[in-house]
Design a protein around this ligand. Structure first.
Ligand code: AVI
Length: 318
């Protein structure tokens, strides 16, 4: 089946809503840019590179859990699902599951549609018998699935601990929205990163060759495109570290010097050392991760972890 075609979300002119969201974040006392703006076409590629880094353990740890417990995961899910991949990116995580899960339909959703389209075209050639659809959607606020997405046996796939990029409160609300999109035979297969020693976390988000720094700094180029601002990337430095009080890794961009950022109709002065908060990545204890799913309305939760208990793969029925 051919992939569905969607308008290219990245080619649209910056919408007033996006520019106004960005302005509000930049003018806040503690300036912030939503992590969803990390993912333009280059940002998505940089994130794929992060997943290859020796310091960034989540991807390989989650993959190892899926290999080790694949048969049990497949038994729990059963064949013939409508596999809905949230934040699909390169679709690599879902592709590894195809031989286990045998989905009837694969629906890949990502805010960065250019990148997704290329990924899904390649994947369709490898798995011509699976019906595939690519959707360029921002599902962080609402999840309206078009009619092309089957309602039977929906299995939402939310790997990579992307749930950690929401606050716990946002995560509960998001899980509730996913639950609402499931019939009684629906389910969720989710990866959640667990709390571990701070040095491991610090290194994972501030790697030696600077890929995560490039990923974080690239958000400024993307914001320049979206709101016509004049961020000069060379004036900023990446910061990524574990904040134990909040049980989260934080990413910030820190001004290397006193500077002014201008955009049509506004500006902001930054003092040297002042920061823009770009991402949180919450790390959960296993019991808290299960609690989050239950509070989102999921039940009969099954958890698999790695021997070090660094990461959890959880199957939760609606
Ligand atoms: C996509 N998300 C789960 C990644 C994370 O670990 O929070 C994004 C990332 N940020 C820095 N490195 C990776």
């Amino acid at each position: 089946m051919p992939t569905s075609s969607q308008p290219d979300a990245r080619d649209e002119r910056p919408s007033a809503a996006i520019a106004s969201e960005l302005r509000a974040g930049l003018l806040a006392r503690e300036a912030a840019i939503s992590p969803k703006f990390l993912y333009d076409a280059l940002g998505s590629r940089l994130f794929e590179a992060i997943c290859e880094l020796p310091e960034y353990y989540p991807t390989r740890t989650e993959a190892a859990i899926a290999v080790r417990h694949g048969a049990e995961i497949a038994r729990a899910a059963g064949p013939g699902t409508t596999l809905i991949d949230l934040g699909a990116g390169s679709c690599a995580k879902a592709a590894r599951l195809f031989p286990l899960l045998h989905p009837a339909q694969y629906v890949a959703i990502d805010i960065s549609y250019d990148f997704l389209r290329e990924s899904i075209e390649r994947l369709q050639q490898r798995f011509p018998h699976i019906e595939m659809t690519g959707l360029g959607l921002d599902f962080s606020e609402r999840l309206d699935l078009p009619g092309v997405v089957r309602t039977e046996k929906r299995l939402f796939l939310y790997p990579g601990s992307s749930i950690g990029n929401y606050t716990p409160e946002q995560a509960r609300a998001f899980l509730g929205r996913l639950r609402d999109q499931c019939d009684d035979d629906g389910a969720l297969l989710i990866g959640i990163d667990l709390v571990k020693d701070p040095a491991t976390l610090d290194a994972a988000y501030d790697d030696a060759i600077g890929v995560t720094a490039a990923f974080n700094l690239n958000i400024l180029r993307h914001v320049n495109q979206l709101m016509g601002s004049d961020f000069n990337v060379a004036q900023w430095r990446h910061r990524g570290f574990f904040n134990p009080d909040q049980s989260r890794v934080e990413m910030h961009l820190e001004a290397r010097e006193a500077l002014t950022v201008r955009w049509p109709g506004g500006e902001r002065l930054f003092a040297v050392g002042e920061r823009i908060h770009t991402e949180n990545s919450y790390k959960y204890r296993q019991s808290a991760a299960v609690g989050l799913l239950e509070q989102g309305g999921f039940r009969s939760v099954h958890v698999w972890t790695d021997p070090d208990q660094w990461f959890a793969v959880i199957y939760a029925r609606a």
